[in-house]
Design a protein around this ligand. Structure first.
Ligand SMILES: Nc1nc2c(ncn2[C@@H]2O[C@H](COP(=O)(O)OP(=O)(O)OP(=O)(O)O)[C@@H](O)[C@H]2O)c(=O)[nH]1
Ligand SMILES: [Mg+2]
Length: 233
C-alpha cells in the first residue's frame, strides 16, 4: 500500500482549483485528489465535476454549506481511511502551497510519520506578506511551541503529509479545534503519541486569486485553544 491522496478544501476557489490540480499532477501524476467543497457559490464544484468526468484521479465531497476548514479536513481524513491510502496530504487550493514542494515532502516522509511544511526553517519563507501578518504567524508558532513544548518551528501551517497510521492513531473524533489551532492540535496529538515528525522547508505564497478568509476570531481561538491542548490532551 503506497498510494497518496491530496485533500484540497475549497470555498470559492473557482479561479484556482482546476489549475492547482493540474500542477499537482505535473509533479505527482499518480496522486489521487479529494476536493472537499462547502457549497461554493462561484462554480468551484461545477469545475471539479467537469474535470472528474475526464480524470479518474479526481474525487469530490460536497457539503451543504461553509462548515469550516477543520471539519472539511476531518471529513477528508475519514474518506481517506475508508480507502487504501498510505500518505494523506493537507493542502490549500489557493496556490499559497506550491505543488513544487511535494517531492520534498515525499522525500522527508520516508523516515517520518508526519511532515510539516515549514516557513521558519532554513530554505523556508513567505512572500508578499505584510509585516503584521508575519509577526502574527511567527508569533503564533513561537507561542504554541513554548506552551506546548514541541520542538517545531511552524505549527500553524496547513501544508503537511500524514502517514495513515497517524490519522488512525491520534483519535480524530477527539479533535476540538477549528481554524489555525486545528493545525496545532493535529501536530500536538501526533507528537504526544510519539509519532516521528519532521519539517521540510516551504515558501508560502500569498494567494493570487479569490478572497482571504483570515479572521480575528480564528486567531483568538488559537490563543485560547493552545492552553486547552496543554491541559487536556
Ligand atoms: N471546505 C472548506 N474549505 C475552506 C473553508 N474555509 C477555507 N477553505 C479553504 O481552505 C484553504 C485555506 O483557506 P484560506 O482562505 O486560503 O485561508 P488562509 O490561507 O488562512 O487565508 P488567505 O490565503 O489569506 O485567504 C483554501 O483552499 C480555502 O478555499 C471552509 O469553511 N470549508
Ligand atoms: Mg490561503
Amino acid at each position: 500500500m503506497n498510494s497518496t491522496l491530496v485533500i484540497l478544501p475549497t470555498y470559492n476557489e473557482a479561479g484556482n482549483i482546476v489549475r492547482i490540480i493540474g500542477k499537482i499532477h505535473e509533479v505527482a501524476p499518480d496522486f489521487s485528489i479529494l476536493v472537499v467543497d462547502d457549497n461554493s457559490g462561484d462554480g468551484t464544484a461545477e469545475a471539479v465535476q467537469e474535470l472528474m468526468a475526464r480524470d479518474k484521479r479526481v474525487n469530490m465531497m460536497q457539503r451543504p454549506g461553509k462548515l469550516g476548514l477543520g471539519t472539511a479536513y476531518l471529513a477528508g481524513f475519514k474518506w481517506a481511511l475508508q480507502r487504501d491510502f498510505e500518505f494523506i496530504f493537507e493542502m490549500d487550493a489557493d496556490f499559497s502551497h506550491n505543488p513544487a514542494h511535494i517531492p520534498g515532502f515525499m522525500e522527508a516522509a520516508k523516515d517520518a510519520d508526519l511532515v510539516l511544511g515549514s516557513r521558519y526553517i532554513p530554505g523556508g519563507g513567505v512572500t508578499n506578506w505584510s509585516f503584521i501578518r508575519r509577526v502574527i504567524s511567527r508569533g503564533g508558532s513561537l507561542y504554541s511551541r513554548t506552551i506546548l513544548r514541541m520542538p517545531y518551528h511552524d505549527l500553524t501551517g496547513g501544508f503537511k503529509v500524514f502517514r495513515r497510521r497517524v490519522l488512525e492513531g491520534i483519535g480524530l473524533e477527539k479533535v476540538f479545534s477549528e481554524g489555525y489551532s486545528f493545525q496545532i492540535e493535529l501536530t500536538y496529538r501526533a507528537w504526544k503519541k510519539g509519532f516521528r515528525i519532521v519539517e521540510t522547508p516551504i515558501i508560502f505564497e500569498e494567494r493570487q486569486e479569490g478572497a482571504s478568509k483570515m479572521s480575528r476570531k480564528i486567531f483568538l481561538e488559537a490563543v485560547i485553544r493552545v492552553w486547552q491542548l496543554r491541559f487536556k490532551v
